[in-house]
Design a protein around this ligand. Sequence first.
Ligand SMILES: [Zn+2]
Length: 144
Amino acid sequence: MAARSPKPARIDRDAFVAQARALVGEFSLTKASLTAGAVGAAIETDAGRIYTGINLDLACGIGFCAEHSAVAEMLKFRETVVRRMVAVNAERIVAPCGRCREMLVQVDPRNLDCEVLMPDGDSATIRELLPKAWLEQLLVQKRA
Ligand SMILES: [Zn+2]
């Protein structure tokens, strides 16, 4: 495992978005339709660290969203709580897909309170974007 970086000061929204935007630059792999880097993501943890990722889009449904690789990077450092996240393509901020929303809840239910930067310049929590998350419902059923 790589060494843990020191806790940085919280950066503003534009600087945070820039962390994801710096990763965007779609490139082809084996052939033109097999690509990576069309989307970049940045996540900030409750410890104040920022992790980033890019998407991978291959044939036969192989691949993952940029948020997935950012979360994998975070997990390498044994962190699970995300307090802010953003994904961008070449033109704008993009909202996380339903699978990514569910992934964050399954990684840690506290991520229901994660702030997600939205395309309209606003933000929303995962709880607002994913009411009645699948895992949350399972946990409620177990407690009942
Ligand atoms: Zn996704």
